[in-house]
Design a protein around this ligand. Structure first.
Ligand code: 13P
Ligand code: SF4
Length: 314
């Protein structure tokens, strides 16, 4: 089989790329996952779209030889950890999550020494190595449930997102949580002024922000939700106006699936450039050449799996 350069794929018309992807997917017995922040044309060719928790759950119950993951690396790693026998592909290896890079396994081990007996709750936006030294994983959809599963008197180290930590602390009324000092460059940039501007422009709209947004923005919002929560809200409020304080891909998905709902971004420039690295051309190349295979060393995968499974069992 000839190895085509990415440029050759990029020059193909979109219809041809889509046709190629769909037939190759069948031939290989592959399924395509896409996170809500993916480019809309990538989301449209996916078998499943969703938030981090929904995609992790789906990966666990799946029956296919190959999972092609359109998202960032920690999501593809999670799918691989849950499916060691399957091939997991990511169309661009550069698609990492800068929030996940805020904590290394060594940092976590040092923190555990400082706070012995504390439970380590790691956001799914973390590396496989960090998951392997964590007690339990959480996502933005279940952080409150996960923290509530830990006895009230036990301290918690919560990493790496300080805003999700603030949200979880507020919702669980717990003071014994040490928040890591990490943030997401897309969500941490939202300001109260952005929110006020959006209210001025869309006075009838409900404003929903992601818990990775800063605390003052969370306080002024109507609701705080994961991207899956935002999707469900839109589905249940057809015909209404909604403003979303999250990455613009989420807005595109809702407007794509529910054209009768008017959904607007709180900021047009809330773009995760890491998510946007994945294009149809790279998806086609990924299936043709079976690249890039996600590999997690066994010893790390086995320990990380325990922490992820604990979350999924809740
Ligand atoms: P969700 O789990 O809400 O989709 O969030 C993932 C993420 O990366 C948010 O920036
Ligand atoms: Fe990571 Fe933020 Fe992009 Fe989500 S939006 S993948 S947390 S950088």
């Amino acid at each position: 089989m000839s190895i085509k350069s990415l440029l050759e794929y990029a020059r193909m018309p979109q219809d041809e790329l889509i046709e190629r992807i769909l037939s190759k997917k069948e031939e290989l017995d592959a399924v395509i996952f896409a996170h809500n922040y993916q480019r809309i044309e990538v989301q449209r060719i996916a078998d499943f779209r969703g938030d981090s928790l929904e995609l992790a759950r789906k990966a666990k119950e799946l029956d296919a030889k190959i999972i092609l993951f359109c998202g960032v690396m920690f999501m593809a790693e999670t799918a691989k950890i849950l499916n060691p026998e399957k091939t997991v592909l990511i169309p661009d290896v550069q698609s990492g999550c800068p929030l996940a890079a805020h904590a290394s396994a060594d940092d976590v081990i040092a923190m555990k020494k400082k706070f012995p007996n504390y439970a380590v709750v790691s956001y799914i936006n973390s590396s496989a190595e960090v998951k392997a030294v964590s007690d339990i994983i959480c996502t933005s959809a279940n952080s409150v449930k996960v923290v509530n599963s830990i006895p009230k008197e036990r301290g918690i180290i919560f990493l790496p997102d300080k805003n999700l930590c603030h949200y979880t602390k507020t919702q669980t009324h717990r003071e014994n949580i040490v928040c890591w000092d990490g943030n997401c460059y897309v969500h941490d940039r939202f300001t109260v002024e952005d929110l006020k501007d959006a209210r001025g422009k869309h006075p009838k709209a409900k404003i929903i922000v992601h818990p990775e947004a800063p605390p003052d923005v969370q306080e002024d919002a109507d609701f705080i939700a994961s991207t899956g929560g935002m999707y469900r809200f839109a589905k249940e409020h057809r015909g209404e106006e909604i403003v979303l304080g999250t990455e613009v891909g989420m807005v595109e998905r809702i407007n794509d699936e529910f054209p009768d709902t008017s959904t607007f971004p709180m900021s047009e420039i809330a773009l995760c450039s890491n998510m946007k690295l994945i294009t149809l051309a790279k998806v086609a190349r990924s299936l043709d050449e079976k690249i890039f295979e996600v590999v997690v060393p066994d010893e790390i995968a086995e320990r990380a799996k325990i922490a992820i499974e604990k979350m999924l069992a809740l």
